[in-house]
Ligand binder design. Structure first.
Ligand code: COA
Length: 260
């Protein structure tokens, strides 16, 4: 499919989705959110895609937030709908995506941009990246999951401080806060992230999918993550990947997972 606001590239089983509105620092308008939703939906059923890397166009921004010009005159009802639709179509969709999603944070990740990076399964940042949730400086609160995912990653006190001050932290502070897993030089970000995707793809993608589900269950109200883990563990025993993984180990050879 062709899109106006995002670019897609599939190489070595990795789909790189680049948010491409550099003149607006890749701000997320409704159209971009819809296109991202479509791209992820397509990637779910595309066997050529094993891992997704999400990044921003240019070296200045990953995503500088939700597009402020779009919601400046919204009513409370419209505001609520904007958050609900966005969470359903993109942020929760990415978080619960059955294939690994890595955010390669290549510059400003602010507001909805940081929320999108936090919805990804983990984050790798370039050393020029800057992150923050500045919504209260606009008289609004984070609406794409930021009040929930930021404390999960950095702890309640730091999340309170970041959200209340509307300030930005740099990549090294984000690393110290566990908001990102790695910081690399800007021109190494693509290669480093692809290498990480390569490491992941050596393993059973079916098992990884079950692991994503079980890990996410820890953060869902009313869901017993231990039970989800037990079910996923059990299901793994019925897969071709399990047969291959165990037989390869016992026969002292490298596993070639069929991905089923
Ligand atoms: N929504 C809409 N447009 C945005 C945007 C956003 N979140 N972030 C940046 N832009 C636009 C700017 O309006 C500007 O457009 P223009 O050239 O048509 O005037 C363009 O992107 C470049 O941004 P600019 O502010 O000129 O770049 P800068 O280097 O001076 O500042 C930032 C960079 C990120 C500090 C600044 O753009 C900013 O504060 N953006 C908003 C961040 C924010 O509050 N996000 C949360 C939204 S809920």
């Amino acid at each position: 499919m062709s899109y106006q606001n995002i670019l897609e590239e599939i190489e070595n089983d990795i789909l790189t989705i680049t948010i491409n509105r550099p003149k607006k620092l890749n701000a997320l308008n409704r159209e971009t959110i819809q296109e991202l939703h479509e791209a992820f939906k397509e990637a779910k059923n595309n066997d050529e895609v094993k891992v997704i890397i999400l990044t921003g166009s240019g070296e200045k921004a990953f995503v500088a937030g939700a597009d402020i010009s779009e919601f400046a005159d919204y009513s409370p009802k419209e505001g609520k709908k904007l958050a609900a639709d966005g969470q359903e179509k993109l942020f929760n969709y990415v978080s619960n995506f059955p294939k690994p999603v890595i955010a390669a944070v290549n510059g400003f990740a602010l507001g909805g941009g940081l929320e999108l990076a936090m919805a990804a399964h983990f984050r790798i940042a370039s050393d020029n990246a800057k992150m923050g949730l500045p919504e209260v400086s606009l008289g609004v609160i984070p609406g794409y999951g930021g009040t929930q995912r930021l404390p999960q990653l950095v702890g309640k006190g730091r999340a309170m401080e970041m959200i209340m001050t509307a300030g930005m932290i740099d990549a090294n502070q984000a690393l110290q806060y566990n908001l990102v897993n790695h910081v690399v030089e800007v021109d190494e970000l693509k290669e480093f992230t692809e290498k990480m995707a390569g490491k992941i793809m050596k393993n059973s993608m079916v098992a990884i999918s079950e692991a994503i589900k079980a890990i996410n269950a820890n953060y869902e109200d009313g869901v017993n993550g231990f039970e989800v883990e037990i079910s996923g563990f059990g299901r793994s025993f019925g897969t071709d990947d399990f047969d291959e993984g165990t037989s390869a180990f016992l026969n002292k050879r490298k596993a070639e997972f069929p991905g089923k």
